[in-house]
Design a protein around this ligand. Sequence first.
Ligand code: TYD
Ligand code: MG
Length: 469
Amino acid sequence: MAKPKRRFTCSACGGVTNRWQGQCADCGEWNTLAEEAPLTVFSAKHDLTSGGRLISFEPLDRPGEALLRRSTGIAEFDRALGGGLVPGSAILMGGDPGIGKSTLLLQAAAKVALAGGEAIYISGEEAPGQVRLRADRLGLAAAPIRLAASTSVRDILTTLGNMEPPAFLVIDSIQCMHSDQIEGAPGTVSQVRGCAFELIRYAKDNGVAMVLVGHVTKDGSIAGPRVLEHMVDVVMSFEGERSHQYRILRNLKNRFGPVDEIGVFAMAGAGLEEVSNPSMLFLSGHDNPVPGSAVFPAIEGTRPVLIEIQALIVRLQSGATPRRAVVGWDNGRLAMLLAVLEARCGLNFSACEVYLNVAGGYRLADPAADVAVAAALISALADKPLPTDAIWFGEVSLAGEIRPVAHGGLRLREAAKLGFAQANGPDEATSTGGGAKGKPGAKGQAVPGMRHNRLSLLPNLVDRIVGGE
Ligand code: TYD
Ligand code: MG
């Protein structure tokens, strides 16, 4: 057998080197490399074709083994999960500290317990007293949850092995779990990976729906190795600005369903409240029109959500480099849009600071927001408010074309329902999915109560705003 190599693994990105360094060469974090137990290296001459046990093959269809999902008792949570908890599945939930992961999971565990399922909540970070205090605040103290504080995977698995498997198991959090089988402090890559592996194996063998809470690094990925994301069935992220009330539960990976649905919550005095109709949430609702504010009809999963985009433009006197700051949208996309507006429409932002904000702490990823952002920028630059009853949507190409987007019809219908009277968007918005289902190619299907101003080029948008009507 060859001499085992030393291995150092980065606790932030999971990168591996064979030499200790102060800074991880993969992600650039400092002091994150820790030594792991060496891999056993076998010689090239070995034979794996005998000596093992025979594995059995299974048919794909097993009548009666349909996916039975259990409700968490929280409709928005179920929606984000794609329909509820699947027995024998492992869910990884990430999110910034203080965003409300423990609160949401305690509420879900309580609902499961009150509905007659066995729910176990194991807190590695808080003492039972603290969890009890929170349950009191949430008005859930009477829920028959089994609560424990432990960080030892051996203790947890021994206890669970001596009882009926629960319906719902919460481990808060995986980074503070510790296995005595593995070297290293809790939170190191090998510990996180090893503990998760053991817990997931228990959940799969016993048909337990398990949630592992995971901490998030500065750049938003779940701390510890990326392999954790491969090991679990569902990866969710709980997002929001801590200073804002609204929280969004997103599904990033789902082995049992779609990933495009979100759950929307509001953090209130008594825990997280469900927001079942979020379409108006992210509008700030000015009475007087303000330059630089545009309403964008976003689609989250199957639900339309109207979002206000705000732009502020400050002309610089000196020749200093102007700042561009973005909250809730992609920085690179803003730079691209500014360049297209400059190149195709002759608008000059080079001597201006540009600030862009998506209202309500929302994070936009829909490319259809381009036109709304452009409208907000043009309106701010021209110091001309947009009509308060207008929505703006469409994707902008580098050539300055405004391109059709998915679910045009759905966007228009929701906005019309909420009293918006004019839509400004691409020509064939309704021909790509959503609106004209079953009628491929149906062009510009009219939505009652909504005037659709069709835009095909960015200069049309500038004319519409600056030319005004
Ligand atoms: P918590 O669930 O502890 O966050 P995480 O587990 O993601 O770190 O949430 C803590 C925050 O939520 C805290 O800043 C206070 C707030 N909160 C409320 O506003 N209302 C409540 O009823 C509760 C329990 C928490
Ligand atoms: Mg917590």
